[in-house]
Design a protein around this ligand. Structure first.
Ligand SMILES: Nc1nc2c(ncn2[C@@H]2O[C@H](COP(=O)(O)OP(=O)(O)OP(=O)(O)O)[C@@H](O)[C@H]2O)c(=O)[nH]1
Length: 289
């Protein structure tokens, strides 16, 4: 669980570090949580990336709703941005990702060759909000390729380029940026996916939000997991939370029940979930299949 506290000074420093590193890379790989493709973005990253080739990786795809993932992929793709999906924990998925990356970067390499430049590795960096899976990604991506290229001039002290193969080098330190947590709904979705620590306030608030959300989009998840009848999966949700609290054996400790439910949701035990609904960001229409 991420414990980063974002203060204005800290945010300015993080932004500056990312901007410095961006100057040294050819392609930016931004990790987002596939369950919250909008809420897990940094509000100003697109601006600071400027015209760099940008790959959005919807990570933790194993925990998200596949129909929504498909639609989000289309929604986020544009001339400068390509979208890929990944389960960073799965070696096979990483292999496929590497193939897609090689295809995506082939035109960049070709452009260099056409200009008469000699072959060099494409430099990559990972960026993302806390807990989105940056370390897991880097570990899996660089598996058995731990040989660092060594400190090179211009790289922040302590950072190294890791040579993946003759075509790619990756900055070993990811860029960490903040999400748009001042928006209450975004903050709740971040808490429900484990991107920010749920405070005391968030626990029951987030649990009630989750019940309302699940009742609307995935009405069988709660009845299946906690053995209540489908008819009980209805508002008022504070009452439902009390029923669940008793079912879980917590008597009247609804905070404990909230915590359990949030953990089960975060771990994917309830089923695959997408909290950011593409139709809400897309003039109300679900995109074509
Ligand atoms: N199910 C699933 N879990 C993942 C995936 N990628 C990462 N995780 C889990 O997500 C949690 C956070 O992963 P990290 O790699 O530590 O995330 P990070 O972005 O480096 O986190 P910070 O250091 O807080 O910035 C861990 O429990 C990982 O096991 C994925 O694709 N699927």
């Amino acid at each position: 669980m991420a414990t980063i506290q974002w203060y204005p000074g800290h945010m300015a420093k993080a932004k500056k570090e990312v901007q410095e590193n961006l100057k040294k890379v050819d392609v930016v790989i931004e990790l987002r949580d596939a369950r919250i493709p909008e809420s897990s973005k940094n509000p100003m990253l697109e601006k600071i990336i400027a015209n760099k080739p940008h790959i959005i990786v919807l990570n933790k795809v194993d925990l998200a709703d596949s129909k929504q993932i498909h639609a989000w992929k289309k929604h986020l793709t544009n001339d400068q941005t390509t979208v890929m999906t990944l389960n960073s924990k799965q070696p096979k998925a990483m292999k496929t990702f590497k193939k897609e990356l090689a295809e995506y970067t082939a035109p960049i390499r070709q452009k260099w060759l056409n200009k008469g430049l000699k072959h060099k590795a494409i430099r990559l960096m990972i960026i993302g909000i806390p807990n989105v899976g940056k370390s897991t990604f880097i570990n899996q991506f660089t598996k058995q390729k731990k040989a660092a290229v060594g400190n090179k001039p211009g790289v922040t002290k302590g950072q190294q380029w890791i040579r993946i193969d003759k075509n790619f080098e990756l900055l070993d330190t990811p860029g960490i940026l903040w999400p748009k947590f001042e928006d209450k709904e975004v903050a709740t979705r971040l808490a429900l996916t484990g991107a920010i620590k749920e405070t005391h306030f968030y626990k029951d608030d987030a649990a009630l939000y989750a019940l309302d959300f699940l009742g609307h989009y995935y009405p069988d998840y709660i009845p299946n997991q906690y053995a209540i009848s489908p008819e009980e999966m209805n508002p008022p949700y504070p009452e439902l939370l009390m029923t669940l609290t008793q079912k879980m054996g917590f008597i009247d400790d609804y905070e404990k029940a909230s915590e359990r439910m949030i953990k089960d949701l975060q771990d994917g035990k309830l089923g695959p979930i997408t909290l950011d609904r593409v139709e809400d960001y897309n003039d109300g229409a679900m995109m074509d299949e």
